[in-house]
Design a protein around this ligand. Structure first.
Ligand code: SF4
Length: 270
């Protein structure tokens, strides 16, 4: 039995880091004020249903929407885990996430299911971007027993599928861990939530907080119950990731007079 831990301020997910990197103001609304849109985008809704179908498929349960995964080819190997929450302590933080699937072939691999509107043909930019994705390197950090991540992708319009193994060297993983820690400190210790207006219409979709930013209205938003609603428990003492034990109380390590430039590091005035 793992230790149940609440997902508090010392717990950081890749989604949170990505949100902060996109727009610190958006991070402030989403992860500090816990505001969330009442309605999810069609793309996010499709992705959630697709993941559910594959979760049922790999758990051997009846798939409630089989059309969504018509033509899907099973990833070979024995199923080790489905929808597994994992965590790892790095510095003063606990990084956490949920793995879609873990399989054992000759070696152990994390499997990440994705849907995309982009081309997934061999040599396309999609795979280059995936290789540099912080999500995959974070998953490797959270589940060190794995030797790589198999990206298991559906191209939404054509319903084509592709499975590609992404491997990173030990040096790349170490650098990615350091970068992640830098971002974690920046997002927790920064005081000023800078607005990145270049991100207001990313992916041709208006930001969920546009009305909030323009007029201060919370119409269409709800209050989340916790920072990381996607995590129910994070298991300490499990074979997946290090023994993280109880999550310690979050300690605000900003030095007196800190202006929140984001360069502050553990009690040293920058
Ligand atoms: S509307 Fe633009 S500036 Fe405001 S939170 Fe969203 S991305 Fe940031």
């Amino acid at each position: 039995m793992g230790i149940r831990m609440k997902t508090d301020a010392s717990v950081i997910t890749n989604s949170e880091v990505t949100c902060f990197r996109s727009c610190p103001q958006k991070h402030e609304y989403r992860y500090e004020q816990l505001l969330r849109p009442l309605r999810v985008t069609p793309s996010l809704e499709y992705g959630t249903r697709f993941h559910k179908a594959l979760e049922q498929f790999y758990k051997g349960e009846p798939v409630t929407e089989p059309d969504l995964i018509h033509g899907y080819r099973r990833v070979s190997g024995d199923v080790v885990a489905v929808e597994q929450e994992v965590a790892q302590r790095v510095g003063e933080f606990t990084f956490a996430g949920k793995l879609d699937l873990v399989v054992k072939q000759e070696r152990i691999y994390i499997v990440e299911h994705k849907t995309t509107s982009s081309s997934i043909d061999p040599g396309s930019m999609y795979w280059e971007q995936a290789y540099h994705s912080s999500q995959l390197t974070m998953y490797r950090m959270l589940y060190p027993e794995a030797d790589g991540v198999i990206l298991d992708v559906q191209q939404k319009r054509s319903k084509k599928y592709a499975q590609v193994l992404i491997s990173h060297s030990a040096d790349q993983l170490e650098r990615a861990k350091e970068t992640l820690l830098d971002w974690a400190r920046k997002l927790r210790y920064s005081l000023i939530p800078v607005r990145n207006t270049d991100a207001c219409f990313s992916w041709n979709t208006p930001c969920e907080f546009l009305a909030m930013c323009e007029g201060g209205t919370t119409d269409g938003l709800r209050k989340a119950t916790r920072r990381h609603e996607e995590l129910d428990t994070v298991r300490g003492g499990s074979p997946h990731g290090a023994d993280v034990g109880e999550v310690p109380e979050y300690e605000d390590r900003r030095a007196p007079g800190c202006a929140g430039c984001g360069r502050h590091d553990g009690g040293v005035l920058c």
